[in-house]
Ligand binder design. Structure first.
Ligand SMILES: Cc1cc2nc3c(=O)[nH]c(=O)nc-3n(C[C@H](O)[C@H](O)[C@H](O)COP(=O)(O)OP(=O)(O)OC[C@H]3O[C@@H](n4cnc5c(N)ncnc54)[C@H](O)[C@@H]3O)c2cc1C
Length: 351
């Protein structure tokens, strides 16, 4: 039987980060990263994303960084469209990235550090006394630690009997020149707490929204895509020597539905805990970090129930875009203070 110290399932943002940092924190660990998709399918799968990240991602995953050829464009403005034609615009610092390219670069770095990659499906596992027996393609591998980064429909999570909150996002590639440097969000009661997004992507525009009972009319559609995400967290992220990360652990932010940065941060935390020989460090660190705050889910459940009138009303004080608006909100819209706090925090760690 083949052996390794750490076996990571899934080479999405969470998995590639866990793989890289497992070797980074302890170069002597034998680490295997498993990915089921061939190169073409891998590009297709990871293109199903707005690919928008905050510039803060780079601070979180140092020494990893985005190279010029992995950045599609810089994002400097966010435009929020609320009901009753309320439009709020502010400056932000982010990127639209070429995520498959970025992840493949990280995989190469992982291999250069001595990591192994198996491009086969992870099919099953059994927990033994002090190890885990995994079936990958037609190979049987004995591992000390199993990191599940296998996305929202995680086989590992399902086998542990944990459901998680799963939702489907639709995305359309539109053959229309986008507004460069800007991401646009449209809020409406029909999106049930979520939103419609309009992101630039080279010469195309990516438009997406949650799968709800509503037909959105779109022109110049080149491609329609759909994928599930897991959001809102779990009670526990560690089950003995099994660690769940990223969408497998429902770590996508409930308010923003951003999951690249949370997944990469979780991958790093999980790798660090393994290097320190105590998996519970990961569970604790995630729950104590702003990424793992319960406020996002609590507020998402509230926003989900808001009518268009209330969506408009609760953002009205910010119309002026100046400090007086913030004061007005603090003094006269106290009912929404928790919501405002969650919005502010999600701006910092939700993407
Ligand atoms: C339409 C859409 C738009 C989005 N836009 C954004 C955005 O702009 N910004 C943002 O931050 N987030 C966005 N997200 C969310 C983000 O894509 C996810 O949260 C993130 O990809 C989760 O990362 P992950 O590594 O946990 O899982 P995934 O990205 O789902 O990766 C899982 C990997 O595991 C592999 N795998 C699964 N099962 C197995 C198996 N049995 N054996 C081997 N390999 C396996 C898969 O092939 C895949 O490569 C968007 C999501 C969608 C659907």
């Amino acid at each position: 039987m083949e052996k390794c110290d750490v076996l990571i399932v899934g080479a999405g943002p969470a998995g590639v980060s866990a793989a890289f940092f497992s070797k980074y924190y302890n170069e002597n660990l034998d680490v295997i990263l498993v990915e089921r998709l061939n190169e073409k399918k891998y590009f297709e799968y990871h293109d199903i994303c707005g690919e928008c990240v905050s510039k803060n991602l780079e601070k979180d995953i140092k020494p990893l960084k985005l190279e010029k050829n992995e950045i599609i464009e810089e994002i400097k403005l966010i435009e929020e469209r609320w009901p009753n034609d309320l439009i709020l615009t502010r400056k932000i610092k982010g990127y639209i990235i070429d995520r498959p390219k970025f992840f493949l670069k990280i995989i190469k770095k992982f291999r250069d550090m001595g990591g192994n990659v198996i491009w086969k499906p992870f099919l099953n596992y059994e927990v033994k006394n002090n190890f885990i027996k995994a079936k990958v393609g037609d190979r049987i591998i004995k591992t000390n630690y199993l990191i599940a980064a296998d996305g929202s429909n995680s086989l590992v999570r399902r086998k542990l009997g944990i459901k998680g909150r799963i939702t489907t996002l639709l995305q359309y590639i539109i053959d229309e020149e986008p507004e460069h440097g800007k991401i646009i969000f449209e809020y409406d009661e029909k999106w049930k707490g979520d939103y419609k997004w309009i992101f630039p992507h080279g010469d195309n525009t990516k438009i997406g929204f949650p799968l709800v009972k509503h037909k959105e009319e779109l022109r110049n559609v080149v491609k329609k895509q759909a994928r599930n995400i897991g959001y809102g967290g779990l009670e526990k992220y560690v089950y003995g020597n099994i660690l769940l990360i990223g969408d497998a652990a429902c770590q996508n932010n409930p308010l923003t539905k951003g999951g690249i940065r949370p997944g990469m941060v979780a991958g790093k935390f999980a790798a660090e805990a393994i290097a320190k020989g105590d998996t519970n460090i990961y569970d604790k660190k995630w729950k104590e970090s702003p990424f793992g705050s319960n406020i996002f889910l609590e507020v998402f459940e509230k926003v989900k129930k808001m009518s268009n009138d209330e969506l408009y009303y609760h953002m009205k004080p910010f119309k002026s875009g100046n400090v007086l608006g913030f004061l007005k909100a603090l003094l006269f819209y106290r009912k929404y203070l928790k919501i405002y706090r969650a919005y502010e925090l999600s701006g910092k760690v939700g993407w």
